[in-house]
Design a protein around this ligand. Structure first.
Ligand SMILES: [Zn+2]
Length: 389
């Protein structure tokens, strides 16, 4: 993770949305001479050019921010007190269920555009604030429509198993989620991944297994929210079932670390949520030392992490978890891509990959996590199209 393959005086040749050549300027100019006419040149002025950032974990299908909850929590109110006052996840459920497809699409679209202005060119989007068959389908439809409208590669994840919705019997809800998965969720939505919140606040290990096996039987790839607040066994379950990623991992044990290191499953850390909730950070150094592939994601959501900026998440990973700047870069590019089963598509500047690049107002890769909270993103090349914001 510490090897970035930095190139000084570099260049990238792009055609038809794909990278044709990347390397030193001399090498790329040589490649450009052979068979490519009408080349448009963008001089980046010696700035840092990186792969487009990959945010592999967001919950951006919601209507309104939860500002009342934020203020209540800072005033010392507990999760239960906030829920009793009409806040918490119920607020987001009510909002999503009442929203039209067009309203939800517009909200997601503006969030995807905001993410791209911060350098993210691939952004996973989870459902999970509908928690009824129709509201979950609506969430996924809206996310797909927003992705089409923005042109952003936004892999969709079905998170019907976020929590058991209030007023619904637990066993009945688990059965409903499994039935929805067995039906393929309906013809109008086609998520690529299924995710489960395996936690005391979400679903038990046995329930998580049942739901994930139903998802796998329909050909969905798997993700898990695992070991966030307590050790639940979700990490080991994810590895066993071949999940593409297990996310959060605040409470992993020695066996989990061994299992991850010996697997293809990516360990996705979410330091933004730890910072926002004022909780200790996961032990990134232990995972990296064991040879685990670590990704970083925002977990952008209205309750526990309203951060959309992967550069800020990199700053938190460096200062809070002692990741090196190079490791943080790997974690938001190629490892983020691997956490979305897209390591062959994006996440590095290699011939044949999608031409997603970010041009930063910096001449050193370490400046991006260093200037914590600044947006140094000057321009984005997305599917080969150059745009400044
Ligand atoms: Zn999450």
């Amino acid at each position: 993770m510490a090897e970035l393959g930095l190139i000084s005086d570099g260049a990238v040749l792009v055609a038809e949305g794909k990278i044709v050549a990347a390397g030193t300027r001399a090498d790329v100019l040589r490649a450009a001479e052979s068979g490519h006419d009408a080349i448009v040149e963008h001089d980046c002025g010696g700035r840092l050019v990186t792969p487009g950032l990959v945010d592999s974990h967001t919950h951006m299908v919601f209507t309104a921010p939860r500002l009342d909850d934020y203020e209540r929590r800072l005033a010392g109110k507990t999760y239960a007190e906030i829920a009793a006052a009409g806040g918490g996840i119920q607020t987001s459920l009510t909002g999503v269920r009442a929203a039209s497809d067009a309203e939800l699409t517009a909200a997601i679209q503006s969030r995807l555009n905001a993410a791209r202005r911060l350098g993210s060119t691939t952004v996973e989007v989870k459902s999970g604030y509908g928690l009824s068959p129709e509201a979950e389908r609506k969430s996924l439809r809206a996310a797909a429509a927003a992705a089409r409208a923005t042109g952003i590669d936004a892999p969709l994840t079905y998170l019907g198993a976020h929590i058991v919705p209030p007023g619904v019997a637990r066993a009945a809800y688990v059965a409903e989620v499994c039935t929805e998965l067995a039906k393929g969720l309906g013809a109008d939505v086609a998520p690529e991944f299924a995710d489960v919140f395996c936690d005391t606040a979400g679903f038990t290990l046995a329930e998580s297994r049942r739901i994930l096996e139903a998802a796998r039987a329909r050909g969905l790839k798997l993700k898990l929210h695992a070991e966030q607040f307590a050790h639940s066994g979700g990490c080991a379950l994810g590895v066993e079932l071949g999940a593409v990623s297990v996310d959060h991992l605040d409470a992993v044990d020695a066996r989990d670390v061994q299992l991850l290191a010996a697997s293809e499953t990516v360990a996705t850390l979410i330091p933004g949520a730890n910072m926002f909730l004022g909780q200790p950070y996961p032990d990134a150094r232990r995972l990296i030392a064991a040879g685990v592939a670590v990704a970083l994601a925002t977990d952008f959501n209205p309750g526990t992490c309203p951060i959309q900026s992967l550069p800020l998440v990199m700053s938190l990973a460096c200062s809070g978890m002692r990741m090196s700047p190079a490791e943080a870069w790997t974690a938001v590019t190629i490892n983020g891509a691997a956490a979305l089963d897209r390591a062959a598509v994006c996440g590095s500047l290699m011939p044949g990959k999608r031409a997603d690049l970010v041009i930063f107002d910096a001449d050193d890769y370490r400046a991006v996590p260093y200037y914590a909270g600044s947006n140094l993103c000057r321009a984005v090349v997305h599917h080969g199209e150059y745009a400044t914001y």
